[in-house]
Design a protein around this ligand. Structure first.
Ligand SMILES: N[C@@H](CCC(=O)N[C@@H](CS)C(=O)NCC(=O)O)C(=O)O
Length: 207
């Protein structure tokens, strides 16, 4: 059975949970407390040398780390990943963009803001909010005239970009100007079987 090392407040983990539920496969949740040192043990670092969640265990406990890699593995041969080479390249384009520009800025700014870390490095925090706003604008432009990010069909690119975009307001980004983004987020939430179970950060995550 598939197993997922999972932190409930992680939107990176949410991506994997969303797709696992769409696929209606059996999977087991292996909870990890990021703030109790559980990702720094020798045992966990053997599973993911980067010491992060999510990690999916497949085929007799082979680990796959990185949310984008997990989505691509799970979606292979399903309607959530196109076969066409060009469309697949566009899926990769959005997954790389998410990891390069959106998650490190929106995700980190939100985490800092919700856990009091914004006060520790206010200038860096503001830079991340600004860069997060820029990334959201890219997404708004990318969605112009489109229902979904690739091929006008819901898939892993949408799941990956949904994760931190739908909570970008928590970081202090005003989402009101981004109408295409708002409509796209609503469209994703209407997909059959879509479940958003992102949890708040627990008290031990506070700075
Ligand atoms: N690029 C990775 C990022 C994973 C990541 O940063 N996970 C966070 C939770 S959202 C984590 O495990 N943080 C623990 C740490 O940095 O020590 C992915 O997309 O899976």
């Amino acid at each position: 059975m598939l197993q997922l090392y999972d932190y409930p407040a992680s939107a990176n983990c949410l991506k994997a949970r969303v797709l696992l539920r769409h696929l209606e496969v059996e999977w087991e949740r292996l909870p990890v407390d990021l703030f109790a040192g559980e990702t720094g043990t020798d045992e966990y670092l053997a599973v993911n040398p980067a010491g992060r969640t999510p990690v999916l265990l497949v085929e007799e406990s082979e680990p796959i780390a990185e949310s984008g890699a997990i989505l691509l593995y799970l979606a292979e041969g399903t309607p959530y990943l196109p076969d066409d080479r060009l469309e697949r390249a566009r899926v990769h384009q959005w997954l790389f963009f998410e990891q390069n520009l959106l998650e490190p800025n929106v995700g980190t700014a939100r985490f800092w803001k919700l856990t009091g870390r914004d006060r520790l490095r206010p200038e860096v925090f503001e830079q991340k909010v600004e860069a997060g706003r820029d990334a959201t604008e890219v997404l708004e432009r990318g969605l112009a005239g489109r229902q979904f990010l690739v091929g006008d069909r819901y898939g892993v690119a949408d799941i990956a970009l949904y994760a931190y975009t739908h909570v970008a307001g928590d970081a202090g980004i005003d989402m009101a100007p981004y109408r295409a983004v708002a409509e796209w987020l609503a469209r994703i939430e209407e997909q059959p079987g879509f479940v958003n179970d992102l949890q708040p950060y627990p008290p031990n995550a506070q700075a």
